[in-house]
Write a protein that binds this ligand. Structure first.
Ligand code: C2O
Ligand code: CU
Ligand code: CU
Length: 432
């Protein structure tokens, strides 16, 4: 365990308005501003403390997605912050360097709170990643991208109406990146690290570069991979993150785009779930002279495999639209099971209705042991907290809960397609 310092951050959720594009300001929500929130930066070993204030007119929460922390600090539906109220979570960071995010998680209202703009990033650092020669100058050669889709109505307001032809909820027809409409980035270095969060409610993206060049994937939700993976495309479902490095040539312009998503779903209505759509995400303009940056190391960090360990419990989870896991909807008063601290469990998660879902577990980073009965692709062999399931797809996940036990306060697992989450495709467990 690394020794860190004390860090205190203030977050205040409030309503405001944001000028995204000509034609008038959009009513939005944000933390410490009108849209999104500040990037929180901390190191492994740091004692992190937050003062969270709720200036909204309704109850919200702040959940630290992907963070390993005590259940009462998790910010799920059991830690509501009333209008005018304050919440002060704290914990000691003890997990590998990565990019996490924070967002509201109020019971039944998560989709709307996130859609209006409440989300922010957490960068975690540690000694192992600092020892690697990777781009790490924030906003210069290490650039986070929060990708969201929104539809603007005639008065430039977010169109919040559910699309009843889609089983997964709201799909926008325009893209915001870090809350910016029509974004571009002026690159000044030969290698550019992009840490992408799919911050959308429902949409899946398959990212790639406009001239089909390859990039190197160096990290997943919960940390760096053991080695970089060369790829030309990467698919992210809501809440998933990737960490990748793009090589640039002086003076060029290249676009990060999203392409039609090739996931199997058992429905002729792919368009209704946005899978056929394409978007320009970010224009990258490289300066005529680029500062040199080192090649990505061939080996990154050690990712100890949980596959070699004895499995203490096996559980299975069947996700079924519109609102259930194993036939039951989320009930704040029902704890579905208790898991034993410091043991390895294998969870089998399945889509049973032919549609895409994804599966997220609080407090832990898991390993994907198999995907549809096969070894997962290399970029999914690192630490993950959210995994995409194709229609009728199945993933086996290995995980170990450590350090924090609490017989009374549960953590959540759920589909991170936010309409499904709010409809009750969620359950609760305690660590004992
Ligand atoms: Cu992104 Cu239950 O959370
Ligand atoms: Cu979470
Ligand atoms: Cu779902």
């Amino acid at each position: 365990t690394e020794k860190g310092g004390a860090k205190h951050f203030e977050l205040a959720a409030a309503a405001g308005e944001t000028e995204f594009k000509p034609g008038g300001a959009t009513a939005t929500w944000g933390y410490n501003g009108s849209y999104l929130g500040p990037t929180i930066r901390a190191r492994r070993g740091d004692d992190l403390r937050f003062t969270v204030r709720n200036h909204l007119e309704e109850t919200t929460t702040v959940h630290f997605h992907g963070a390993h922390l005590p259940a009462e600090m998790d910010g799920g539906p059991h830690q509501p912050i009333e209008p005018g109220g304050t919440w002060e979570p704290e914990w000691t960071v003890d997990q590998p360097a990565t990019m996490l995010w924070y967002h509201p998680h109020p019971h039944g209202n998560t989709a709307r709170h996130i859609f209006r703009g409440l989300s922010g990033l957490i960068y975690l650092d540690d000694d192992a990643s600092d020892a690697l020669d990777l781009p790490r100058e924030y906003g210069v050669d290490d650039v986070p991208l929060i990708v969201q889709d929104r539809t603007f109505d005639g008065a430039n307001q977010f169109d919040e109406d559910e699309d009843f032809s889609s089983s997964t909820g709201i799909h926008g027809d325009e893209i915001l990146v870090n809350g910016t409409y029509g974004p571009y980035f002026e690159a000044t270095t030969r290698r550019l690290r992009l840490r992408i969060l799919n911050g959308s409610n429902a949409r899946l993206y398959t990212f790639g570069l406009s001239d089909e060049r390859d990039f190197q994937i160096i990290g997943s939700d919960g940390g760096l991979l053991s080695a970089p993976v060369t790829a030309g495309r990467i698919t992210l479902s809501p809440a998933e993150r990737t960490d990748l490095v793009v090589e640039l040539r002086p003076g060029e312009t290249v676009d990060l785009r999203s392409y039609p998503v090739e996931v199997e779903i058992n429905s002729p209505f792919d368009r209704n779930n946005g899978l056929d759509d394409s978007f320009d995400i970010l224009r990258i303009r490289a300066a005529d002279e680029l500062a040199d940056s080192p090649e990505v190391p061939g080996e990154l960090i050690e990712v100890p495999s949980l596959a070699a360990e004895a499995v203490a419990a096996e559980r299975s989870f069947a996700l079924q639209s519109p609102d259930s896991i194993n036939g039951e909807s989320m009930d704040m008063n029902r704890i579905d099971f208790g898991t034993e601290v410091d043991t390895v469990e294998e969870w089998t998660v399945r889509s049973t209705d032919g549609f895409q879902h994804n599966f997220h577990v609080h407090d832990v980073q898991f390993q994907v042991a198999s995907l549809n009965g096969e070894e997962p692709p290399a970029h999914l062999r690192g630490w993950k907290d959210t995994v995409l399931l194709e229609g009728n797809g199945e993933a086996k996940l290995l995980m170990r809960f450590t350090a924090y036990t609490d017989p009374d306060v549960p953590y959540m697992y759920h589909c991170h397609i936010l309409l499904h989450e709010d409809q009750g495709m969620m359950g609760q467990f305690v660590v004992l």
